[in-house]
Design a protein around this ligand. Sequence first.
Ligand code: NZQ
Ligand code: ZN
Length: 395
Amino acid sequence: MLNFNYCNPTRYVYGEGEYHNVGTLLRPIARKVLLHYGGGSVKRSGLYDAVVQSLRSAGIEFCELGGVKPNPSVELVRQGIELARAEQIDGVLAVGGGSVIDSAKAIALGVTHEGDIWKLYTREEQQTTAPLPVATILTLPAAGSENSPNTVLTNEQTGRKLGYGHDLLRPALSIVSPELFLTLPPEQMAYGACDMLCHIFERYFTNTQGTELTDALGEATMRTIMQQAAILRREPQNVHAWGQLALAGTVAHNNLLGLGREQSWACHGLEHELSAVYDVPHGAGLAVIVPAYFEAVWQANPGIFAQWAVNVMGVTPSRNTERVVKEGIARLRAWYRELGLPQTMAELGIPADADYAAMAQAALSTYGPRLGKACLPGVLPLDVAAAEAVYRAAI
Ligand code: NZQ
Ligand code: ZN
């Protein structure tokens, strides 16, 4: 296990109906918030009205900005920053999924940052100020942004989708009420479960030795995600299963499971290019990338892949490691199929003659330097040609 330094200050409030308490819970955090939300689901479900009532009865002032799109754009963030400055807010309340939360984090960061917000994401500028505090009411368990220090934005003008991370971006407060997930369409549950699982893959498949505890915690969380998502496919109104899935999704990405490990993020690097260029849902892109990536890299560390196949995918142990690993990957593909997830670029709507070389180059130039490498790291580091081969294997 490697050395680590972990700080996770988010107050995490779980339970049915807890969103009614958001006003009171916000009192120690902010006096006036920007209420930020997406394209309308919060109004249709009645959550918006409940939040407004809670804010008013707790004496929390607010202004509002809706309209966050999936794969949130920097353009709306810029509007949010202007509004937040004009209204002199001192906190941002995100009510939505990962896109709304990521957009809220960017606004919170941009209000105090004197330069251009996008230049923090491109690394042309450095963060020198603390962001405003962010609070969240989660409506879609998937990205883990309710407890992660990350935000991902898309710049529609340049066609780039880039992440930014800072410990101060972990929300001050996150409220998770599982009944809010009952209005989600089945495909969003599937995308979310796929994303959570991949957040663990990026940490679990490592060459770091001596990681018994985080191996075991990661395996339990992966099994939980797969089991609860399968239940929800059959019983979408099962509130208990939603609660289990949501907690697993938070744990999957708050980096508890990555402590002391080298991490990869290769699948995310490859997927973000698909989302940036073709605007596909992040979880759907991952379902296409992950099996092709596993098949390309498993031989670099068969031990960890065989351990996963046995402990998570339920494959019978055998001395024939190749058979065990391949059966594990086949079972993962079957789970994706059971959830109705796409399996190929064609099913994602991405043509065979897409510019995979350019996307591979972009993935490397974004993710490599951030992780201090000239490649996409992982059990087998990928150069541009190897990254392109992963895309092409998924056509
Ligand atoms: O906009 P509305 O009308 O709210 O509809 C949303 C949206 O269309 C809908 N939705 C959300 N809650 C709902 C609901 N519909 C019915 N009932 C509800 N309760 O779901 C759609 C998708 O929402 P979105 O927020 O885009 O999905 P998700 O939570 O999967 O977030 C995806 C974004 O997170 C980024 C992804 O790249 C992507 O941009 N990620 C962020 C990470 C982070 N900050 O740590 C890590 C992840 O790896 C990921 O990259
Ligand atoms: Zn993800």
